[in-house]
Design a protein around this ligand. Structure first.
Ligand SMILES: [Zn+2]
Length: 313
């Protein structure tokens, strides 16, 4: 994947695992993170978040200037990745969706932990999921839309997904949609008699931890309030509400106005860009390295899963 060498970009991290945080799909360890950093340092400049931001705003980033970014305010990032960054004397961008640091929960993250903890492997989960779909009122709809599904074409920009990963995501995002998918998941979770508050207590950072990142010279930025998976499908008013609530919550916590952001699930449109401009956001990040007109609200990012594959190759 040569593109990563030709443009300034961010590296995008999500989940980490250790003895406490379970190893879900795509999760990496402290050693993996150190390896990625060392790998990048051979051919790129890994900049401090503040330096990257300044250069990006001035338009003076070099092609091999890279920054580290962490999405979703995950506790595993704070507990596992932060010590590694400190050992390398690096700082990063942390894109925080604010509902979860103010006592809320978010379904996708809970569902992710559920399928990791309660099933031996991801295929067992998929099997149980498709069984639940088959015995639900959505059985016909899903069967119909799967006729349009092609594992070769769907999500082809994410080479690390297996065909079953893609089939699951297709049914989740295209055939069912948010509401019906949540219904199916909730049926499964009820069968396991899971207590959501205690089950989700190790998923997200709290306010103090986010504040600590800010006070240690990392940059905390926007990522919407509730993390809709298809933000761009919301009307402008709904999008504005997402970002203004996110902005206000972080502003109140950090006593500092956010000027950076990343697009949750890479979902945005012209309305989003207008809202971010109104909030005077200076730089934003996408979730992939796809060739794309480079505006300051659309910097590319490389997924850590792709980097791991390159290192292993
Ligand atoms: Zn996210």
């Amino acid at each position: 994947m040569k593109t990563s060498n030709t443009r300034p970009h961010g590296i995008m991290f999500h989940h980490f695992y250790d003895e406490k945080h379970i190893k879900g799909q795509g999760a990496i360890s402290q050693d993996d993170l150190a390896q990625i950093i060392e790998h990048y340092q051979q051919n790129h400049h890994l900049l401090h978040a503040r330096e990257w931001l300044e250069k990006a705003v001035q338009g003076s980033l070099s092609t091999n200037d890279v920054c580290l970014t962490f999405d979703d305010a995950l506790l595993c990032q704070y507990e596992i990745a932060l010590p590694v960054l400190e050992s390398f004397d690096l700082s990063a961008f942390w894109f925080v969706y604010s509902s979860v640091i103010t006592g809320g929960t978010e379904n996708l993250e809970i569902y992710r932990k559920f399928r990791t903890v309660c099933f031996d492997n991801i295929d067992d989960f998929y099997e149980s999921f498709f069984q639940t779909v088959a015995s639900s009122k959505y059985q016909k709809t899903v069967e119909e839309s799967l006729k349009d599904f092609s594992a070769d074409e769907y999500l082809s920009q994410f080479p690390f997904y297996t065909n079953e990963d893609k089939r699951f995501r297709f049914v989740r995002d295209i055939a069912l949609g948010v509401k019906a998918y949540n219904e199916i998941q909730n049926v499964m979770i009820r069968e396991w008699k899971i207590d959501i508050p205690s089950f989700s207590s190790d998923l997200w950072m709290n306010k103090q931890q986010v504040f600590e990142l800010h006070s240690k010279n990392h940059i905390v930025g926007l990522h919407s309030h509730t993390h809709p998976t298809a933000l761009a499908s919301l009307a402008a008013k709904g999008q504005r509400n997402e970002y203004e609530t996110n902005y206000d919550t972080l502003n109140q916590l950090l006593n500092s106005a956010s000027v950076t952001m990343s697009h949750p699930c890479n979902s945005y449109n012209n309305d989003t860009i207008e809202i971010l401009n109104d909030l005077e956001i200076k730089i934003g990040f996408r979730s992939n390295m796809k060739e794309h007109p480079l505006t300051n609200l659309e910097f590319p990012r490389e997924d850590h899963a792709n980097i791991m594959e390159r290192i292993a190759a």
